[in-house]
Design a protein around this ligand. Structure first.
Ligand SMILES: [Zn+2]
Ligand SMILES: [Zn+2]
Length: 282
């Protein structure tokens, strides 16, 4: 299994000289497996360059696209995903159903004339829409499980398992604070869901100081992401959904300080920040 982040930034695309290292595109993760199958998580602005890259490949442009939720930063790249205009491509789009309603309609509405110049009907690829709320999607050994996150609107996180390698993608999740209808025992359920995962990509938008004025916004701190990774026995945690105001320099310093702190506590989890185009598993 190979995985590449094509967008790591939260909330809004943030191009510019201060975001070159970790990236300015909004969430998109690509997972590829040895038999050629491709899976995509979220359709933020990062899915645009992924689509361009896919069109440069000679083989199939098929993919399964899983969506965590429908906030702008996670769907804004969708109309710019070039394989949608390839009549030979087969694209399956799997989004959370609860509250969000019809996934196909949500995308069609995103491209209503008042919002966008090109109509949804312009896509020539074969498209299939379905839902995944709190269950599992499995095909030929590739398993994706969804779990509800603590985030405004019905938002899920995903865990992928294939060939003994695992990856969890939880881009928007408020680990503490806020009020969400996730039920009792949610934290324990989450720790079990993530148990011994190889790589945990987790929302880490704020420092502890910043979080004070931003509780209820649906996001976590760096320290909370590290604690969760340690508790769940994750081998590696990658900070994700970088704040639009966070420069490369600041993010590097934050990673360094959390590595030092985790080392002092005797944690074995490897700590980093997700960077655009980096191979996560290799
Ligand atoms: Zn987001
Ligand atoms: Zn969100």
């Amino acid at each position: 299994m190979e995985a590449t982040c094509w967008g790591t930034r939260g909330s809004i695309a943030t191009p510019g000289p201060d975001t070159v290292r970790f990236g300015g595109n909004t969430p998109c993760l690509e997972v590829r497996i040895g038999d050629g199958r491709r899976f995509i998580f979220d359709a933020g602005t990062g899915i645009r360059p992924l689509g361009v890259s896919m069109m440069g490949e000679a083989d199939t442009h098929d993919a399964v696209i899983f969506l965590t939720h429908f906030h702008w930063d996670h769907i804004q790249g969708f109309p710019f995903f070039l394989p949608l205009f390839d009549a030979d491509a087969s694209l399956r789009i799997v989004g959370p159903g609860h509250e969000s309603g019809d996934v196909e309609k949500l995308f069609a509405d995103q491209m209503a004339p008042i919002n966008f110049p090109v109509p949804f009907t312009a896509f020539s690829a074969k498209k299939e829409f379905s839902n995944l709320d709190a269950d599992a999607w499995e095909e030929d050994g590739f398993c994706v499980r969804a779990m509800r996150m603590r985030h405004p609107s019905f938002t899920v996180g995903h865990r992928v398992d294939y060939g003994g390698v695992s990856l969890a993608y939880l881009p928007d999740n408020e680990l503490a604070g806020g009020s969400y209808e996730v039920g009792k025992g949610w934290r324990k359920h989450l720790v079990d869901f993530l148990g011994d995962v190889d790589v945990l990509i987790h929302d880490a938008m704020f420092t502890e100081e910043e979080y004070g004025s931003k509780a209820d916004w649906g996001h976590s701190t760096f320290g909370q992401a590290v604690e969760l990774a340690h508790e769940a026995g994750a081998k590696k945690v990658l900070f994700f959904h970088h704040d639009p105001c966070r420069s490369d320099q600041e993010l590097s310093e934050i990673v360094d300080s959390h590595r030092a702190e985790a080392g002092a506590r005797g944690y074995s989890v490897e700590i980093g920040a997700a960077a655009e185009r980096d191979d996560i598993i290799g």
